[in-house]
Design a protein around this ligand. Sequence first.
Ligand SMILES: [Zn+2]
Length: 147
Amino acid sequence: MTMGKDIRIRNEKQFPRVKGITPQMIKFIAEASRDTYPNEFYARLIAKDGVICEFSIIRVISGRTHVIPFTHEEPPDLSLEAVGTAHSHPSGNIRPSEADLQFFRKMGHTHIIMGYPYTDTSWKAFNSLGEKLDLPVLSPKKKRHYL
Ligand SMILES: [Zn+2]
């Protein structure tokens, strides 16, 4: 991933906190990565009640070793809601690149790299500094009815 222009810079604390991600989201990211292969896939991650359960796709320039999102086209609502990013590494190497690290710092606190072969275990989560993050795979909380 390479930095696009005009990225809004925010403090880490301004992004909503995250407790985990739904299994469906991992599946979707894997599928989207397969669809984009051999190029890189990129999306913004959105959390509801602290669980990442949606992603949003914006226009990108995508290649085999890079993806450049048009971050200046990101809707303002999305910039406020998104907690981080997801992108794929067609090489299968799940380590963040130098360009990824620069990008992570500006785009939230939770970043997923989905590596080839794009299975539900071929991914890792990283914080804004590119350190490995423990991101539990959770189902969204069921609504409880109290009597
Ligand atoms: Zn990358």
